[in-house]
Design a protein around this ligand. Structure first.
Ligand SMILES: Nc1nc(=O)c2c([nH]1)NC[C@@H]1CN(c3ccc(C(=O)N[C@@H](CCC(=O)O)C(=O)O)cc3)CN21
Ligand SMILES: CC(C)C(=O)C(=O)O
Ligand SMILES: [Mg+2]
Length: 272
C-alpha cells in the first residue's frame, strides 16, 4: 500500500494533513544544530523536530526536564538557519507552559519570534486545553504529544509502554479527538500498543506520527542520534539503527590520534 509521493517545495502544516488524506506517510527526525539539520533537510525529511531530547542527547542529562526555554531557542534558531524544505517544530520544554495558559503563550511567542521555527509541540491532552487554545488563537500551529510523555517521567516512574489498560487507552483516544477539535495540525504518539495507535489514527483526520507506536499510524519519528547509531546505550525495541556511527567515528578519531602521535599527520601536502 504505497501512495504516490507528491513533490513539495516547502512543507507546511497543510502539506502534512494533505499527506494523510493521500495516504503518504510522513517522515520526521530530530535535529538540534545547523550542520545536522542541513543534512537531514537535504536528505528529504518532511518534519524536523527540535526536541527537548536535546537535554539527553546534547547536554547529557538523564531526563528532558532540565533543558530551558533559552536553550531550546538556541538549538531551534541553529536548525532554522539550515532548513529550506522541512517544517520545523520546536518542543516547549518542561516548565515553560505548565503553570498557566498565559505562560504557555508567552513561551510559544518567544520560540516563534526568537528562533524562526514554524510550530510548537506540547505534551498532554485535556490538562493543557486552555494553553493550546491560546497558542492557536495567536496564530501559532500546535503539534500534540500523547502516550509516553517524557516530561512526566517522575509521575510514570518508568519508560515502559503506556495505555495498555482500558482506562488510559480510552483517555488517549479522547485526548486525540480533543486535540483535533482544538485545531492541532498533528499529534505525536509515543510508546503505546500498535493497535491502539492505529485506532487513534483512524479516529481523527489530522496526522498521527508515532515513535514506538507501530506502522498503522500516519508517520514516524526517531531521534537522529539513535537512528545513526551514535548512542550505544539507548536500545529500545522500536529503534532501527541505519548506521553505526559510534563505531565509525571512534575508529576515525583513534586513527587521527595515532597519526598525530606518529607524525604521519600533517604531511607535506597538508602544510604551507
Ligand atoms: N536519545 C533519545 N532518544 C529518544 O527517543 C528520546 C530521548 N533520547 N529523550 C526523550 C525521550 C525519552 N524517550 C524514551 C526513553 C526511553 C524509552 C525506552 O523504551 N527505554 C527502555 C525501556 C524502559 C522500560 O521498559 O522500563 C529501553 O528499552 O531502552 C523509550 C523512549 C524518547 N525520547
Ligand atoms: C521523541 C520525540 C517525539 C520528542 O519529543 C523529542 O525528541 O524530544
Ligand atoms: Mg520531546
Amino acid at each position: 500500500m504505497s501512495a504516490i509521493k507528491k513533490d513539495y517545495k516547502r512543507i507546511t502544516t497543510k502539506s502534512l494533513i494533505e499527506m494523510k488524506s493521500n495516504g503518504e506517510k510522513i517522515s520526521m527526525l530530530t535535529a538540534y544544530d545547523y550542520t545536522m539539520a542541513k543534512i537531514v533537510d537535504t536528505a528529504g525529511i518532511d518534519v524536523i523536530l527540535v526536541g527537548d531530547s536535546a537535554s539527553n542527547v546534547m547536554a547529557g542529562h538523564e531526563t528532558t526536564l532540565p533543558i530551558t526555554l533559552d536553550q531550546m531557542i538556541y538549538h531551534a534558531s541553529s536548525v532554522v538557519r539550515a532548513v529550506e524544505r522541512a517544517l520545523v517544530v520546536v518542543d516547549l520544554p518542561f516548565g515553560s507552559y505548565q503553570s498557566d495558559s498565559k505562560e504557555a503563550l508567552r513561551s510559544s511567542i518567544r520560540i516563534m519570534k526568537e528562533s524562526g521555527g514554524h510550530a510548537v509541540k506540547l505534551e498532554g491532552g485535556k490538562e493543557i486545553k486552555e494553553s493550546i487554545k491560546k497558542i492557536l488563537n495567536a496564530g501559532i500551529p500546535v503539534m500534540g504529544h500523547l502516550g509516553l510523555t517524557p516530561q512526566s517521567i517522575y509521575k510514570f516512574g518508568t519508560y515502559t509502554v503506556r495505555a495498555k489498560e482500558e482506562q488510559e487507552a480510552e483517555k488517549l483516544i479522547e485526548d486525540a479527538i480533543l486535540l483535533e477539535k482544538l485545531g492541532c495540525f498533528a499529534i505525536v504518539i509515543e510508546k503505546v500498543p500498535a493497535n491502539l495507535a492505529e485506532k487513534v489514527a483512524k479516529s481523527i483526520s489530522i496526522p498521527v506520527i508515532g515513535i514506538g507506536a507501530g506502522g498503522g499510524v500516519d508517520g514516524q519519528v526517531l531521534v537522529i542520534h539513535d537512528m545513526l547509531g551514535m548512542n550505544n546505550e539507548f536500545s529500545p525495541r522500536f529503534l532501527r539503527r541505519y548506521m553505526n556511527l559510534y563505531e565509525g567515528m571512534t575508529k576515525a578519531i583513534s586513527q587521527y590520534v595515532e597519526d598525530v602521535k606518529s607524525e604521519d599527520f600533517p604531511n607535506e601536502k597538508e602544510q604551507y
